[in-house]
Design a protein around this ligand. Structure first.
Ligand code: VAH
Length: 317
C-alpha cells in the first residue's frame, strides 16, 4: 500500500489522484492534519510529528511506499522558522525511522530552495554548492542528507527530487514563494486583475504539476541500481518570469492585467534561488522528460480553472 502524507497540500492533492489512477485507488492511503472524513476509508488524519502515530498508521495499513509531502513551505516557514524546523525535520525523521523498521520506500520532495545565493543560478548543476539562506532551504538540504544517510546506513530506499516552483490547478496556493503563478492563473480565471508579490523580471525554474507527479512516480519506479543521485535529482520544467506568464495568459484573456506590489521577504527568497536547473542526470539515469512548456501549461490551467466544476478534477486525465 502507498501512504501520502500532506495529501491536502499543493503536491499532495494531484499526486494522490495520479497515484490512484496509476496503481488503483484502494492501494493509496491519503493523510493530512485535517480530521478524518467518516465516509472516506482511504483518508486518515496524521500528524507526522507524532512518531508513534506515523509507525502505527504504517503498520495498520501495511504501507510499503511513503510519499512524504507534509511540510511548511518557504514563505510560511520564514515567518515561523522554529515550527518549520520541527515539522519539516521531525516529520521526515519519523517517516524514515518507520521506513527503516518496516522496510518501506520513501519519496522526499527537495526543492530549488536547497540552493542559495552562492550557487550558480543558470543551469544549476546536479553537484554544486548548497548554502540556502532560508529555513525552508536548510530543511531541504538537511532532508536530502538525512535521506541519503538512511539509504547508505540502513538500506532504506529513499529517493528525492529537487522540484522547481510548481503550478497546480487542483490545489490552492500553500504559502510558497512561487505561488504567485498559481494566484495569477486563478485571478485570470475569475476575470480579476492580479497584484504580483514578485518583481516582473524575477526568473525562476517552474514546472506544471502533471509533469511533477509523473516525474515523482517514474523516479520511484526506476531500477535502484540506475540511481547515481538518490537525494536528490535536479528536475526542471521552464525558466520563466511573472511578466512572461502574464503575457502568455493575455493571449487567452486579452483584458487580464497584472500590477507589481513587491513583498520584500518573498522577493529576497526568490532572488536566492536558481533561475534554471541542469536536469541531465535525471534524463540519463531514469529518463526524466517534462511535457509542458509555458504555452501548454497556460492553456491547460485556464481550461481546468475555467471549466473545472469540481476543484478535485483529475488534472492527469
Ligand atoms: C515554495 N513552492 O515556494 C515551494 C517550492 C521552489 C519553491 O519549494 O516554497
Amino acid at each position: 500500500r502507498i501512504l501520502v502524507t500532506g495529501a491536502r497540500g499543493q503536491i499532495g492533492v494531484e499526486l494522490t489522484l495520479a497515484l490512484r489512477k496509476r496503481y488503483g485507488a484502494a492501494r493509496v492511503v491519503a493523510s493530512d492534519l485535517a480530521e478524518a472524513q467518516p465516509l472516506d476509508d482511504l483518508y486518515e488524519r496524521l500528524d507526522c510529528m507524532q512518531a508513534d502515530a506515523v509507525a502505527d498508521l504504517m503498520r495498520r495499513r501495511d504501507i510499503d511506499v511513503v510519499y512524504h509531502l507534509a511540510a511548511l513551505l518557504s514563505a510560511v516557514a520564514e515567518d515561523r522558522p522554529q515550527a518549520a524546523w520541527s515539522v519539516n525535520m521531525s516529520g521526515l525523521y519519523n517517516v524514515l525511522e518507520a521506513a527503516r523498521r518496516f522496510g518501506c520506500q520513501v519519496f522526499f520532495p527537495s526543492s530549488i530552495a536547497a540552493f542559495g545565493p552562492s550557487t550558480p543560478r543558470r543551469g544549476t548543476p546536479q553537484i554544486t554548492i548548497q548554502r540556502p539562506t532560508t529555513i525552508y532551504g536548510v530543511t531541504k538540504v538537511a532532508g536530502e542528507l538525512l535521506c541519503d544517510y538512511y539509504a547508505t546506513r540502513f538500506g532504506v530506499d529513499a529517493r528525492g527530487l529537487r522540484l522547481p516552483g510548481l503550478v497546480s490547478s487542483a490545489a490552492p496556493p500553500g504559502g510558497g514563494t512561487t505561488d504567485y503563478a498559481v494566484e495569477m492563473f486563478r485571478a485570470a480565471a475569475l476575470r480579476k486583475r492580479y497584484s504580483c508579490f514578485l518583481a516582473a523580471e524575477t526568473r525562476l525554474d517552474m514546472m506544471y504539476m502533471p509533469d511533477a507527479t509523473r516525474a515523482i512516480m517514474e523516479l520511484m519506479e526506476a531500477k535502484p541500481e540506475r540511481l547515481r543521485f538518490r537525494n536528490a535529482y535536479n528536475v526542471t520544467g521552464m525558466s520563466v518570469t511573472p511578466r512572461e506568464i502574464a503575457a502568455e495568459i493575455c493571449k487567452h484573456a486579452p483584458t487580464f492585467a497584472v500590477d507589481y506590489r513587491i513583498d520584500p521577504l518573498r522577493q529576497a527568497i526568490a532572488d536566492s534561488w536558481p533561475q534554471s536547473l541542469d536536469a541531465n542526470a535525471a534524463r540519463e539515469d531514469w529518463g526524466f522528460a517534462p511535457r509542458f512548456d509555458l504555452a501548454a501549461m497556460t492553456r491547460d490551467m485556464l481550461v481546468r480553472l475555467g471549466a473545472a466544476t469540481d476543484p478535485f478534477d483529475d488534472p492527469n486525465s
